[in-house]
Ligand binder design. Structure first.
Ligand SMILES: Cc1cc2nc3c(=O)[nH]c(=O)nc-3n(C[C@H](O)[C@H](O)[C@H](O)COP(=O)(O)O)c2cc1C
Length: 357
């Protein structure tokens, strides 16, 4: 087993084990959540560049689930229609089209990073929602709305509807974003979930929302569609009641029977007090290994920048997929370069073969 051993799940076969990590582009300039030429060219380039799976950025299941006004969305059929050529291009060029479905929870309504990233208090912003009314601790926090029990049930439906649209648009893998301090993570973690209804309290209660989203999505997508869940394996808040790696392994074991095919293992993001360790090469791989002990396939992400490093992660059985983020911003052709350096046949599109004679 190595980086260029195809990855098979359900009806999906990825030509290699390089996945483009979801990365927000903040490029819906019209602030309508509709995919633009940027998304098609950006994601399309990574398919042309040889990646096995190309995943969209966090794509909001409701308008209030966007981080910034320029985020992608999939809360209507028009959104699916705008994404359809993106998925089609990815598939036409050998990559498995994948989409990350997301809700930003209390971290919503901020300016895009290039515009400072601050919460939007004036026109163009909106009221974020969370498990409680406690806001994300910005310097000037946004008033935040506590979701009622009925609201949570409605959001489960919103997630399922979004997944159905994603399939209609042509995506073969759906990833549920339950990491980085966004809505589903806010329910998982005791740091942010102070609810007293069925969606709070103990591990069972705090994981209920995610389990219901997974079950609803699995029910609506065809059996052949892949289902991934991205989690933050730890809150990085030692000495405080928080979400831990052991919780993550337990969660993965609970999600597998609901039809989850892979856990995409990231970390952090729930609170600004987090104590982030050294974020050197492959720093989150040990978390992926721990989650894999549950028996569920895993993707490792974070600081994977070299073909040899990515290959070693797969070859040594530490993870099933090497999920590569920022290196793909620097080099859309990472997978082609990896194949060449590792001595495999490179996934070069016919239009470019003269460059590789
Ligand atoms: C510009 C940018 C946007 C990102 N957007 C998302 C996102 O939409 N969803 C997500 O789960 N992670 C997001 N991330 C995190 C990446 O997917 C990845 O987990 C992180 O960058 C670590 O991997 P790397 O070291 O390979 O970049 C983003 C990261 C960057 C740099």
């Amino acid at each position: 087993m190595h980086l260029f051993t195809p990855f098979e799940l359900r009806d999906v076969t990825a030509r290699n084990r390089v996945m483009v990590s979801p990365m927000c582009q903040y490029s819906c300039e019209a602030r309508d959540g509709l995919a633009t030429e940027w998304h098609r060219v950006h994601l399309g380039s990574r398919a042309v560049g040889g990646a096995g799976i190309v995943m969209t950025e966090a794509t909001a299941v409701t308008p209030r689930g966007r981080i910034s006004p320029e985020d992608l969305g999939i809360w209507s059929d028009d959104h699916a229609e705008a994404l359809s050529p993106v998925a089609g291009f990815l598939a036409d060029h050998g990559a498995v089209p994948a989409i990350q479905l997301a809700h930003a929870g209390r971290k919503a309504s901020t300016r895009r990073p290039a515009d400072g990233g601050d919460p939007i208090h004036d026109d163009g912003g909106w009221t974020p929602v969370g498990p409680t009314a406690e806001p994300w601790p910005h310097d000037e926090p946004l008033e935040t709305e506590r979701l009622s029990t009925d609201d949570v049930v409605d959001l489960v439906d919103a997630w399922a509807a979004a997944a159905g649209r994603a399939v209609d648009a042509g995506f073969d893998i759906v990833e549920i974003h339950a990491a980085h301090g966004y809505l589903l993570h806010e329910f998982l973690s005791p740091v942010t979930n102070g609810r007293e209804d069925a969606y709070g309290g103990d591990f069972e209660g705090r994981t209920r929302f995610l389990r219901e989203v997974v079950a609803a999505v699995r029910e609506i997508v065809p059996d052949g569609t892949g289902l991934f869940v991205r989690i933050s394996a730890t809150d990085w808040l030692p000495g405080r009641e928080s979400w831990t790696v052991d919780d993550s392994a337990r969660l993965a074991a609970d999600l597998e029977p609901l039809g989850v095919d892979l856990m995409d293992v990231s970390s952090g993001g729930i609170h600004p007090d987090q104590e982030v360790p050294d974020t050197g090469p492959h720093y989150q791989v040990p978390y992926a290994e721990r989650v894999a002990e549950s028996g569920v396939p895993v993707g490792a992400v974070g600081g994977i920048t070299t073909p040899q490093g990515a290959d070693a992660i797969v070859r040594n059985g530490r993870a099933d997929l090497a999920v590569v983020g920022r290196e793909h911003l620097r080099d859309p052709y990472f997978a082609i370069r990896a194949a060449e350096e590792l001595g495999h046949e490179a996934p070069v599109p016919r239009q470019y073969t003269r460059g590789f004679d």
